[in-house]
Design a protein around this ligand. Structure first.
Ligand SMILES: [Zn+2]
Length: 107
């Protein structure tokens, strides 16, 4: 069975590896530094996508204003559930204006 908790722990571990490696990359010669930074950016994007998938699996809403998508966070109570706000564009969704669940595409 797919264990979301283990997956999520692995992703945050990878995230901390990335931030540990960053200062080391800064010390590299220019050419190597550019290549390594490029790779690191790719890894970071994949990590963000994985995080967004975890969030989706945990029932969070995703905002598609950026790629990778932003995870929308709790922004108060609505009449029939919770409101969520995107930390980047500030869009707020509430259960009252959400489309039916089956129309949401999975990423
Ligand atoms: Zn947004």
């Amino acid at each position: 069975m797919f264990d979301l908790k283990t997956f999520s722990d692995g992703i945050s571990l990878l995230g901390s590896v990335v931030s540990t490696v960053k200062p080391v990359i800064d010390m590299l010669p220019k050419r190597e530094k550019e290549q390594a930074s490029q790779k690191l950016l790719e890894v970071e994007e994949k990590l963000q996508i994985a995080e967004a998938q975890i969030a989706k699996g945990l029932g969070y809403e995703l905002c598609k204003c950026t790629w990778p998508p932003q995870i929308m966070l709790h922004a108060g109570e609505a009449e029939y559930g919770e409101k969520f706000r995107c930390p980047v564009c500030g869009r707020v969704v509430s259960p009252d204006d959400m489309p039916p669940l089956n129309s949401w595409r999975t990423i």
